[in-house]
Design a protein around this ligand. Sequence first.
Ligand SMILES: [Zn+2]
Length: 243
Amino acid sequence: MANCVIHPIPIVESKLDKSLMTYRMNFGQTILSIGYVWYIKGTKERILVDAGASAEYLSTVRGMPAKEIQTLETGLKNLGIGFSDIDLIIITHLHNDHIADAHRFPGARFVVQEKELDFARNPHPSVGAPYCREFFDGLRFEVVRGDTKICEEISVLFTPGHTPGGQSVSIKTAQGAAIITGLCTIREVFDPPQAIAKSTPVITPGMHTNVIEAYDSVVRIKEMADIIVPNHDPEFRNKSSLP
Ligand SMILES: [Zn+2]
């Protein structure tokens, strides 16, 4: 059985300057960035990608104005599941907006890259603000190193650059490999406008700890994916399932 379906669960929306997504381009343009949790159907265990963060937390604690689309609870409920049903959560990286609600899943194990966990526990202060130990200390981690098969239908790909140990998630679907990016991106990063595409196949992600690794990871995902799922793009907001 390899025909998984991905259900996007949009939780929050934020208005961001587009240059945060597209490095050294598009200053002063505002875009919508969506915070998602992803539910994968078609595997033996119940699996999510990322654990989400509430709009209230992001707005009040993180100083990142965010509007609630729905609560995570409602999003799960609409798919017929609840927090205690989830067996496994693949964490793309340990930034707050992807992990803050992890402790609400009492039975879940959490797949994380060793490099990401090591860095998150002792981040360099220049890029340390989005890491918050209270959200990930005490979680039941399954630590992986590099590309790793998680189950028959799902593998993680080591795609550093946005953070030192970021990972993307490759899922077998009826239309080939869908890859949910672990780098915070929108569609345009993978599919630049024609004028830019003449000189580079992808756009460097605007937020990174290593700009060259970030670029290379985007190229790698583009080469490997049949379906690219940029993890903050608004296009999935009103889609109940992919593909
Ligand atoms: Zn993000």
